[in-house]
Design a protein around this ligand. Structure first.
Ligand SMILES: Nc1nc2c(ncn2[C@@H]2O[C@H](COP(=O)(O)OP(=O)(O)OP(=O)(O)O)[C@@H](O)[C@H]2O)c(=O)[nH]1
Ligand SMILES: [Mg+2]
Length: 253
């Protein structure tokens, strides 16, 4: 079983991609199960096979502990990590090709706390990879691109697992922005040329240094462009996944 962890900033399209990827994989004769790790999700665009909302009551935690929504998320994820054996037991018998794990909207709660790593390790029964969602709305200027890549690199450092960057929502973002992001993802040099064209300035120089510092990530992390709404780019994503796991593309059949 290959476990895919869908991670990204709030509203980057994690749950929608989970749903789209499930549909695509099933249409292509792969067996798939899903895990919802977001205790605060009210509705989801897919039917999770394993759901942490059955393990923890986020609203109750907020009321009983008298804490705000983010602290309640932290307590919820902590409780799940403490009882991770229950999750493992649930996924053990699924017997599918792919397990897709949708993570909480507040990325830092899952990505920057040890509970996230504990849960990730436990759910990776054989091979695992991170699908890191890059929201193009937050990445099409030199400055926002640098900070988005910094975040992606932070997640990469945290989990030490193969990663694929997915530029999401491509159906709603102007093509010129997508081409630009794709060019920058492919080459630090291209990014620097575009950045230099905009002149100097302290923050642009800083952006260049940040992007350079994390540019190594490109050697290890492929990227694909996907629209979950238009169901575009999913075949390229599947190819990137099979390559990441070192499998041939004939794996599909
Ligand atoms: N047009 C378009 N909208 C999308 C796409 N993917 C997601 N969205 C929209 O973006 C919004 C957020 O999508 P979600 O899938 O809920 O994002 P998320 O990352 O799971 O959000 P949180 O869990 O709340 O952080 C929703 O309104 C989606 O309909 C896409 O490919 N195209
Ligand atoms: Mg979500």
């Amino acid at each position: 079983m290959r476990t895919l962890f869908v991670i990204g900033t709030a509203s980057s399209g994690k749950s929608t991609l989970t749903s789209a990827l499930v549909d695509w994989l099933r249409e292509n004769e792969q067996t798939v199960a899903t895990v919802n790790l977001d205790p605060a999700a009210i509705t989801l665009p897919y039917e999770p096979d394993v759901d942490i909302r059955e393990m923890v009551d986020y609203e109750r935690i907020m009321a009983v502990r008298g804490v705000g929504p983010n602290s309640a998320l932290i307590y919820s994820v902590r409780e799940v990590a403490r009882n991770v054996d229950v999750l493992v037991e649930e996924i053990k018998d699924l017997n599918v090709d792919y397990l897709i794990v949708d993570t909480p909207g507040q990325m830092e709660i899952f990505a920057f706390r040890k509970e996230g790593v504990v849960i990730t390790r436990a759910l990776t029964t054989e091979r695992g990879a991170i699908l890191y969602l890059l929201d193009p709305i937050l990445s099409y200027t030199p400055r926002t691109f640098a900070s988005s890549m910094f975040l992606a690199a932070s997640v990469y450092l945290r989990f030490v697992m193969p990663m694929i960057i997915i530029v999401t929502k491509t159906d709603v973002v102007p093509r010129k922005y997508l081409l630009r992001i794709s060019r920058w993802l492919s080459s630090q040099e291209a990014y620097e040329i575009d950045l230099d064209r905009r002149g100097g300035g302290v923050t642009l120089l800083m952006a260049k240094e940040v992007a350079k510092a994390v540019s190594e990530i490109r050697a290890f992390v492929p990227h694909v462009l996907v629209s979950s709404k238009a169901m575009e780019g999913l075949s390229a994503l599947h190819m990137a996944i099979t390559r990441t796991f070192g499998e041939g593309e004939d794996e599909l059949r």
